[in-house]
Design a protein around this ligand. Structure first.
Ligand SMILES: O=C(O)C(=O)C[C@@H](O)[C@H](O)CO
Ligand SMILES: [Mg+2]
Length: 382
């Protein structure tokens, strides 16, 4: 079998799908996107296409290594997102060619169902309790929310109190009926993370995510030593070679690689295994589309340390399209009582509505995150 064509489709809300065609009529789909940098990743995918066309798609490991090592420069958000989406599509082709879901090619199921969680509260956490109560009716009991709005490098006790008050409101209203992760979203500096974590401890969040920016990873171990809250990170780390340093230094209880940013199924399956060796949980980041989610689930169902799966249904970013709008087999993605089952169909297990994708690609938005500023006019972490 040979790869014949790679076609990218940028679509609402902020996703990009990749279709990889072969000379035997088998097509694979991937989701190589970096939110806000879709056009850059698209260019990277098309550059990789120059070396992929004519190659055997079944040789996923060699193609992955060639994409990663063959062009001298390596790693980083753009290249690893391009490789991620291509890798997803290659696994999709392989599973379809052999007539099995990808998880069968990775050793089979370690669990019958996978716990998922839902976002609440948006960019600026608000209406959190109401959002949770609405989603609890749909069977969810695990959530994630942003911990703060803009937060200064040195901020005030009042800013900490404002952030804590929102969490206290959830705790007062719902107690332990719900569990929730708090995403600091890299908005909190290392000096402020310690007091903010301490102030949040009484409300026992499930985890705090990106307690500091990924480039401040050396603070993870120090922060973990100062708090009982499990720390999570990974959406802005792009390969085993970044995760190895974090795992070795300690401090992170949950790794959250993104299957569309960290090299795809091939790389994230290895990251999950590395994390397991350090007794660290695996909870893939996935605020993206259905192909990215399908790729996550394939790794979740073969990884003993997979504990939670993010999915974007109802997320505040999904303007103009929802998680399953481009999916034909919507029923396979059904979430019941906060769990999802392994996708039964061959390959990634997602049947893409190609006509709808092609239509949507004709007027794709060019999504970018807002640029936030502090009161003094300096740029703030969004
Ligand atoms: O889902 C999460 O945990 C996030 O932090 C969302 C963030 O990754 C945005 O997708 C960036 O545009
Ligand atoms: Mg996050």
């Amino acid at each position: 079998m040979k790869i014949t064509r790679l076609t990218t489709y940028r679509v609402a809300p902020r996703w990009m799908f990749l279709k990889v065609e072969t000379d035997e009529g088998i097509t694979g789909w991937g989701e190589p996107v970096l939110e806000g940098r879709a056009r850059t990743v698209e260019a990277a995918v098309q550059e990789f296409a120059e070396t992929l066309i004519g190659q055997d798609p079944m040789r996923i490991n060699d193609l992955w290594q060639t994409m990663y090592r063959g062009h001298f420069y390596r790693g980083g958000a753009i290249l690893m997102s391009a490789i991620a989406g291509i890798d997803q599509a290659l696994w999709d082709i392989k599973g379809k060619a052999l007539g099995v879901p990808v998880y069968q090619l990775l050793g089979g199921l370690v669990r019958d169902k996978m716990k998922v969680y839902s976002w609440v509260g948006g960019d600026r956490p608000a209406d959190i309790v109401a959002d949770m109560q609405r989603l609890m009716e749909g069977g969810f009991d695990t959530f994630k929310l942003n911990g703060t709005e803009e937060f200064g490098l040195l901020d005030t006790p009042r800013a900490i109190d404002t952030a804590v008050a929102k969490i206290a409101g959830v705790h007062d209203a719902l107690g332990t009926q719900v569990s929730f992760g708090i995403d600091f979203h890299g908005r909190v500096s290392a000096p402020m993370a310690k007091p903010l974590l301490k102030a949040l401890e009484p409300f026992r969040p499930l985890f705090v995510e990106e307690p500091v920016l990924a480039e401040q990873a050396e603070h993870y171990a120090r922060l973990a030593a100062s708090t009982s809250i499990p720390l999570a990170a990974g959406e802005r780390m792009y390969s085993r070679f970044e995760f190895k340093r974090v795992l070795e230094a300690g401090g992170i209880a949950i790794v959250q690689p993104d299957l569309s940013h960290a090299g795809g199924i091939t790389e994230c399956h290895k990251i999950a295994s590395m994390a397991e060796a350090y007794d660290v949980a695996f909870a893939p980041h996935c605020p993206l589309g259905p192909v990215a989610l399908a790729a996550c689930l394939q790794v979740d169902f073969v990884s003993h340390n997979a504990v939670l799966q993010e999915q974007s249904m109802g997320i505040h970013y999904n303007k103009g399209a929802e998680l399953l709008d481009y999916v034909i087999n919507k029923e396979d993605f059904r979430i019941a009582n906060g769990y999802i089952h392994a996708l039964p169909k061959p390959g990634l297990g997602v049947e893409v509505d190609e006509e709808r994708v092609i239509r949507a690609a004709k007027n794709a938005p060019d999504w970018h995150n807002p640029i936030w500023r502090h009161k003094d006019g300096s740029v703030a972490e969004w």
